[in-house]
Write a protein that binds this ligand. Structure first.
Ligand SMILES: NC(=O)c1ccc[n+]([C@@H]2O[C@H](COP(=O)([O-])OP(=O)(O)OC[C@H]3O[C@@H](n4cnc5c(N)ncnc54)[C@H](OP(=O)(O)O)[C@@H]3O)[C@@H](O)[C@H]2O)c1
Length: 317
C-alpha cells in the first residue's frame, strides 16, 4: 500500500482510507456490527491507516465501532482518524430514525462540546483531524466555526483542522480556502470519475496552499463498481433510494458508458479499483475514502493503493 503525507501539515497515511458512514447502522439500511468490525480489522490488516467518520454517523455509532476495533487490536500502531462535527444530533438521541435528521449548529459552544464528545467515544486525548461537516456557504462566512477550531487546536483537543466541502458547492465555496488557508490543514471533497467540479477552482487552490485533500464518494455510492443497472431499486431506509433514484441512475449509467473501453482495456483490475485509482491520480488528491462494509470490499479496494501501471494522464488535460 502506498502512503502519502496529507498536505503540507498533515500526517503520513495510506492512499486508500476507510469511509465509515456505511457501517453506522443508519442511512444505508440495516448493518451487522460484527460484519462491520471485521471489515475494519481487514482494512487495517491490509495496510489502511486512515479512517474517516463523523459524530453524527449513527449518532456516535460509527465512532464507537472504530474505538471498539482499536481496543480489540490493542496495537501501538493506530490509524489516523478524521471525524466531523456540526450536525447537532444530541437533541434526538432518544428518538429512532432510519435516516439522519439535519440540525446544523456551527456555534463555538456546540463545536467545542461536539469535539469533547467525539474524544470520549474515540477514547483519545486529541482528535487527529476534526472537519466541519459540510456547512452551507452562509455558515462558512461566519467567524464562529473557525474560532472554535482555532481554540480546539490551541488547547490540543484536535491536531489538525479540516473542512468537508458541501457536495456540488465546490466552486461556490472555494474562496473559503483563500480566507482560512492558514488554519485549514485538510479539506474533504466529493469527487469521482463522473463528478469532477472540484478540478475547476478548488483543487488548484488546494495545490497552491498545500492543503491535504480527502476524496469522498469515490464509487458514487457503489455505482462505479458496475454492479447497478437502471432497474436497481434501494430499500426505503437506504439513502440511495433518493441519491441514486431511477432517473439519476439512468443519467449516471449513460455517462459511465463512455468509459466502457477504458475499463475493458484495464480489465485485470475491477471497475471499483480503477475508479479509486482515478481519484488519487489527480495531483491535488492525497487519499480516497471508499465506504467499506465487508471484508470482501476491503480486500478489493486496498488493491487500488498498489496500482502503479495506470496513470490517467489523458484524463486531466
Ligand atoms: N458530507 C460529508 O462529509 C460526507 C458525505 C458522504 C460521505 N462522506 C464520507 O465519505 C465516505 C465514502 O463515501 P460513501 O460511503 O458515501 O460512498 P462511496 O464510497 O462512493 O460508496 C460506498 C459504498 O459502495 C459499496 N462498495 C464499496 N466498495 C465496493 C466494491 N469494491 N464493490 C462494490 N461495491 C462497493 C458499498 O455499499 P453496498 O455494498 O451497500 O453497495 C459502500 O457502502 C463515507 O463513508 C464517509 O466517510 C462524507
Amino acid at each position: 500500500m502506498q502512503t502519502i503525507k496529507l498536505g503540507k501539515n498533515g500526517p503520513e497515511i495510506s492512499v486508500i482510507g476507510f469511509g465509515a458512514w456505511g457501517i453506522s447502522g443508519r442511512d444505508w439500511g440495516k448493518t451487522d456490527d460484527s460484519t462491520s468490525k471485521k471489515a475494519i480489522h481487514s482494512a487495517l490488516d491490509k495496510g489502511i491507516s486512515f479512517i474517516d467518520t463523523a459524530d453524527v454517523y449513527g449518532f456516535g455509532h460509527s465512532e464507537r465501532l472504530i474505538a471498539e476495533v482499536l481496543k480489540e487490536r490493542n496495537s501501538t500502531q493506530k490509524p489516523v482518524i478524521a471525524t466531523k462535527a456540526g450536525n447537532n444530533f444530541y437533541p434526538f438521541l432518544e428518538k429512532s430514525f432510519d435516516s439522519t435528521p439535519a440540525n446544523p449548529d456551527y456555534s463555538k459552544k456546540h463545536l467545542i462540546f461536539a469535539a469533547e464528545q467525539s474524544l470520549k467515544r474515540l477514547n483519545t486525548e486529541s482528535l487527529d483531524i476534526l472537519q466541519l461537516h459540510s456547512p452551507t456557504t452562509d455558515l462558512l462566512e461566519k467567524d464562529e466555526p473557525w474560532e472554535a477550531l482555532e481554540i480546539l487546536k490551541k488547547t490540543g483537543k484536535i491536531k489538525h483542522v479540516g473542512w468537508s466541502v458541501q457536495s456540488f458547492k465546490e466552486t461556490e465555496q472555494a474562496h473559503i480556502l483563500d480566507r482560512h488557508s492558514d488554519l485549514i490543514d485538510v479539506i474533504q471533497v466529493r469527487y469521482n470519475l463522473l463528478e469532477r467540479e472540484a478540478e475547476k477552482v478548488l483543487f488548484p487552490k488546494a495545490l497552491k496552499y498545500g492543503t491535504g485533500v480527502i476524496v469522498r464518494i469515490p464509487l458514487l455510492f457503489g455505482l462505479l463498481s458496475g454492479k447497478f443497472s437502471k432497474n436497481t431499486l434501494f430499500s426505503s431506509t437506504d439513502h440511495r433510494q433518493l441519491n441514486l433514484s431511477p432517473e439519476k441512475l439512468q443519467n449516471y449509467l449513460e455517462t459511465l458508458s463512455k468509459y466502457d473501453s477504458f475499463f475493458e482495456k484495464h480489465k485485470h483490475y475491477s471497475k471499483a479499483q480503477l475508479s479509486l485509482k482515478f481519484c488519487i491520480s489527480h495531483p491535488a488528491c492525497h487519499v480516497v475514502i471508499p465506504g467499506i462494509k465487508t471484508e470482501k470490499q476491503a480486500f478489493e479496494n486496498v488493491v487500488a493503493g498498489t496500482i502503479s501501471d495506470i496513470y490517467f494522464t489523458d484524463f486531466f488535460v
